[in-house]
Design a protein around this ligand. Structure first.
Ligand code: HEM
Length: 504
């Protein structure tokens, strides 16, 4: 009997809170209606977040409130509003909540390590991965590791051509290379399949029903155990054997915080997720867009072949041993545009903020959205970057959209681009991310003829596979695609020195 009274009591209080919350929201912004107290719009949002935004943006305009698992969130789908929230002139917004969720649920961290991460580790990450000097210092090792990873996979097949799944090809090469660059050769790169599951199921893991993500939790636990073993074996009291200076600086701070070993591993896992997930997914999409569109692919290949010939004497080894600054000099403008276009289309939404005080966000043509202290703000970058409706031109992949000085004047009409965020919390690893994307694509295109295949191994025809609508960060394709890799017979000069065990 007592239990029944308690349960009814909870239900009653939830309803009152829900009604009050609706009344309060109604004073300022429109609210998406819901029937389930506390859960709010969770089911509709979780099923297809892209459709959710498109529907309610159309109905309520670009700024509206939702109740999502007990949290009152203001959704902003407006360029001016997003720009202003990123700029955060009144310093009203923080990122504590989102980092805490990542550390707790993805990293399994039990203690409070958000300040360690934000205030101490992020500046180190920015110096190493967000500046040209930082990337310059790690690029020689990255070039060597990525070539070994790519050619190692090719050499392990006896035939001159082999077929493989696109996701593991891209994922393994980038994951292995960057993990070794940062953490050294002792790092257990064989955790990649578990990392992939964790990334795939992240939305479920972050949801209030994490038991639905049991598979991801098991993967997380296996990864944590492997990182713990790595730390125990490679830490010699002052450095991690073979690791980069940035990893040593980071880990010295983590060790200095006197955390249990499991939390140390969890902090590293959270960092690793930020370092790999978006980069791997973007590279994956870049290949899908280019390989499914032959004319675009051939234009990119011509650009790469021609620059390889004129600037690097037709030898990819010269390219790999050159300074990373040469890649920033605008020698591959079409490739730069293709990467930006891929990011524009695939980043669905990117930023969550909490309001430390009552404030306002100016949006549209001067409208003001009132944001109450304690509520959350969701900056829905995807809806302003890619138009949101499949019939719109801005939803199509256009290789030269971001080419500078377009003759037809379209450069002036480029859609907004916030794939790396903006303002104080802009991505700390953006320079390294772009560097990896470029080098990997240039290597693949120079050394291989690549053909995209469908699940049955036939040449891929038709539309670009749709993305998983439940992933709120960077889109993931729902279809499994294969790729045939065959050593290029033309452009032999650029190929020289590669294959059959030769290394850079
Ligand atoms: C294509 C690859 C990448 C994309 C699209 C990307 C995108 C983003 C975005 C949209 C944010 C959120 C900004 C915000 O909340 O306002 C972010 C934050 C961050 N990114 Fe990246 N990222 C990429 C690669 C990387 C890499 C390689 C690293 C290296 C470790 C990295 C480290 C970080 C960190 C530490 C933050 C948190 C910044 C803060 O809250 O101050 N990212 N990234």
């Amino acid at each position: 009997m007592l239990e029944v009274i308690i349960i009814w009591g909870i239900v009653f209080v939830s309803f009152i809170l829900a009604i009050q919350s609706r009344r309060r929201s109604a004073q300022s912004l429109p609210s998406v209606p819901y029937t389930l107290p506390w859960f709010g719009v969770a089911i509709e949002f979780g099923r297809d977040s892209v459709q959710f935004f498109s529907k309610y943006r159309h109905r309520f305009g670009p700024v509206f409130n939702v109740l999502l698992t007990g949290l009152e969130i203001t959704m902003i789908c407006d360029e001016e509003g997003i720009r202003n929230a990123f700029r955060d002139k009144t310093q009203a917004f923080g990122t504590y909540t989102v980092h805490q969720q990542i550390l707790r649920k993805l990293g399994g961290v039990k203690g409070d390590t958000v300040h360690l991460m934000k205030d101490h580790l992020f500046p180190i990450i920015l110096r190493a991965f967000g500046t040209s000097n930082g990337v310059e210092s790690i690029s020689p090792r990255f070039n060597a590791e990525i070539s070994t990873a790519l050619m190692g996979r090719y050499d392990s097949h006896s035939e001159s051509a082999y077929t493989t799944e696109l996701v593991p090809l891209v994922g393994h090469c980038l994951f292995d290379a960057t993990s070794r660059v940062v953490f050294g050769d002792l790092f257990p790169t064989d955790i990649f399949p578990d990392f992939e599951i964790l990334d795939q199921q992240l939305t479920l893991l972050l949801s209030p029903i994490p038991f639905a993500a049991r598979k991801a939790m098991r993967s997380r636990d296996r990864i944590l155990r492997a990182i713990e073993v790595y730390l125990q074996q490679s830490w010699n009291g002052s450095s991690l054997e073979g690791a980069s200076p940035m990893a040593n600086d980071m880990f010295s701070l983590i060790r200095g915080a006197n955390l249990p070993l499991s939390d140390e591993a969890g902090v590293l896992l959270s960092f690793m997720w930020g370092m790999h997930s978006n980069t791997i997914n973007t590279t994956h999409w870049l290949f899908i867009y280019l390989l499914s569109d032959k004319p675009s692919f051939l234009r990119i290949r011509d650009e790469i072949d021609s620059t390889m010939g004129t600037k690097y004497g037709g030898d990819i080894n010269n390219f790999l041993s050159s300074s990373s600054s040469t890649l920033r000099s605008g020698d591959f403008p079409l490739l730069d545009s293709a990467i930006k276009e891929t990011l524009r289309l695939t980043i669905q939404m990117s930023a969550l903020r909490e309001a430390h005080k009552d404030t306002e966000v100016v949006y549209g043509d001067g409208k003001r959205a009132f944001i109450r202290e304690g509520s959350l703000l969701f900056l829905n970058v995807g809806s302003i970057q890619n138009g949101g409706r499949p019939d719109e031109e801005s939803c199509q992949f256009r290789l030269d959209r971001y080419l500078p000085n377009q003759k037809d004047g379209t450069a002036g009409k480029q859609p907004p681009f916030f794939a790396f965020g903006s303002g104080a919390h802009m991505c700390k690893g953006r320079s390294y991310a772009l560097y990896q994307l470029k080098v990997f694509l240039i290597l693949c295109v120079t050394l291989f003829d690549m053909t995209l295949l469908d699940e049955s191994g036939k040449d891929f025809v038709g539309d670009i596979p749709s993305s998983d609508p439940s992933t709120p960060g960077l889109a993931r394709p729902v279809r499994r695609l294969l790729v045939r890799m065959e050593r290029r017979q033309d452009g032999k000069d650029a190929n020289k020195g590669f294959g059959n065990g030769d290394s850079v």
